[in-house]
Design a protein around this ligand. Structure first.
Ligand SMILES: [Zn+2]
Length: 421
């Protein structure tokens, strides 16, 4: 098994190097799938022409110029590379090692080595972009990983990184040690004016998105409570927006969510405790919800749930919050909190969104064009249209009918480079 893994890894590395080399010449490729989902609509019989790293044409009458390479993707649906809205490439599933142990006992080198393999697994699964919401104690290593991917040193998705993330002083973890002794934490602690300083430090270090925790449990077993104050969140959000960065807020309590909405953030992560009134406010202020259904599902399984209905209370809570948000017409981002569960298994969130009542086509829109819009990268990725980067995947079957076919990835292209075919 280990040998096989090694072999696959070496092949992937070779494929990637070749692809990078191919990208450097200005090749033209005509992709001939059965159909194209362009980020919003399905088109039977469309073809897509790629030149260099860009899409140059898409439509039924697109033909190959002389000298172009043609790739036949019969029976497959071509769609924009999927966008993961909430990942932690520096975490691995908690049933392998607890979060506390990962933060406290895994070296930065070990965590980075894992992250490199997770980045590859994510890309091969068809996720060509990730919004990585905090290294959870691995410092600014996400900035270096992003650079290594961008420079073609290791294969991986495009990354929007949050670096360390920010929590109220004393509010996060790991906890349970001699009081007063400084213990490594899963995010940067700050209070008062330090919060703005932390935002600016993280942006200077490379953060594309600022992640703050609006609530958390002060002790294990306690209910979550609002942590950063309304004014701290507002000041932090203004500092991030001044720098052209978006803001993602971890919040599951109504009060934490209210403060995030009032601060004018772009997304709220989890939102499990959202009420009808809170979701109405999100809709009104244009704040998107990243429901992370797969995280609550995974944690329940680690605690012994066998997956049968009725689901445990926490899972039910995440599902009903998701339904309430949809009923209030809140913009839904697609992001599973991958890292809590296995990297490369990102489709799990999309499957759970569908299982919880969202039509397959809407789930696909969330994971492509809508995520791109919410994360302000829609001028680069998220749709199949001329001028955008050629981040394209093809899957067997029709994912607008059932997102589970997204597991049958047959073709992955990132910036015009073929990663898998
Ligand atoms: Zn997370």
């Amino acid at each position: 098994m280990k040998l096989l893994t090694l072999l696959v890894v070496s092949i992937a590395a070779i494929v990637c190097r070749d692809a990078a080399a191919a990208e450097s010449v200005d090749t033209t490729v005509l992709l001939r799938p059965a159909r194209v989902f362009d980020g919003t609509t399905l088109h039977e019989g469309w073809r897509v022409l790629v030149k260099g790293d860009r899409i140059v044409a898409a439509g039924a009458d697109v033909t190959a110029p002389s000298g172009a390479r043609e790739i036949d993707l019969a029976n497959q649906t071509l769609l924009p590379g999927l966008i993961e809205g909430h990942s932690h490439l520096f975490l691995h599933p908690y049933n392998e090692r607890s979060w506390d142990d990962q933060v406290l006992h895994e070296s930065l080198a070990l965590r980075t080595a894992r992250a490199v393999t997770f980045a590859r697994a994510t890309l091969v699964a068809g996720f060509t972009t990730v919004r990585d919401l905090g290294t959870e104690g691995a410092g600014f290593a996400d900035v270096g990983l992003k650079q290594a991917i961008d420079e073609g040193i290791v294969p991986g998705p495009r990354m929007l990184v949050a670096t360390r993330a920010i929590v109220a002083t004393g509010a996060y973890g790991p906890k349970g040690f001699e009081p007063g002794v400084e213990i490594p934490q899963g995010a940067e602690e700050a209070s008062g004016e330090e919060v703005v300083r932390a935002v600016r430090r993280q942006i200077a270090a490379g953060a594309d998105v600022i992640k703050l925790y609006a609530d958390y449990r002060w002790r294990p077993g306690e209910e979550g409570r609002a942590t950063l104050s309304a004014s701290e969140l507002k000041a932090a959000t203004e500092a991030a927006h001044d720098a052209g960065r978006t803001v993602a807020i971890h919040a599951s309590t109504p009060e934490g969510m209210r403060r995030a909405i009032a601060a004018g953030v772009e997304t709220i992560e989890h939102g499990y405790g959202g009420t009808k009134e809170v979701f109405a406010a999100m809709k009104e202020r244009g704040v998107a919800l990243c429901p992370t259904l797969a995280a609550s599902d995974a944690v329940a399984r680690y605690q012994g749930w066998d997956g049968r209905e009725p689901a445990p209370k926490a899972v039910e809570l995440s599902r009903s919050a998701f339904s309430a948000a949809r009923a209030a017409k809140v913009t839904i981002c697609a992001g599973g909190d991958v890292g809590v569960f296995a990297h490369g298994d990102n489709v799990r969130e999309l499957e759970l969104m569908q299982a919880a009542g969202m039509p397959a086509r809407e789930v696909l829109i969330a994971a492509t064009s809508l995520n791109a819009k919410i994360f302000r990268i829609h001028d680069k990725v998220g749709t199949v249209q001329p001028g955008l980067l050629a981040d394209l995947i093809a899957v067997e079957g029709n994912p607008t009918q059932d997102v589970r076919v997204l597991r049958q990835v047959r073709f992955v292209m990132k910036g015009g480079a073929i990663i898998a075919n």
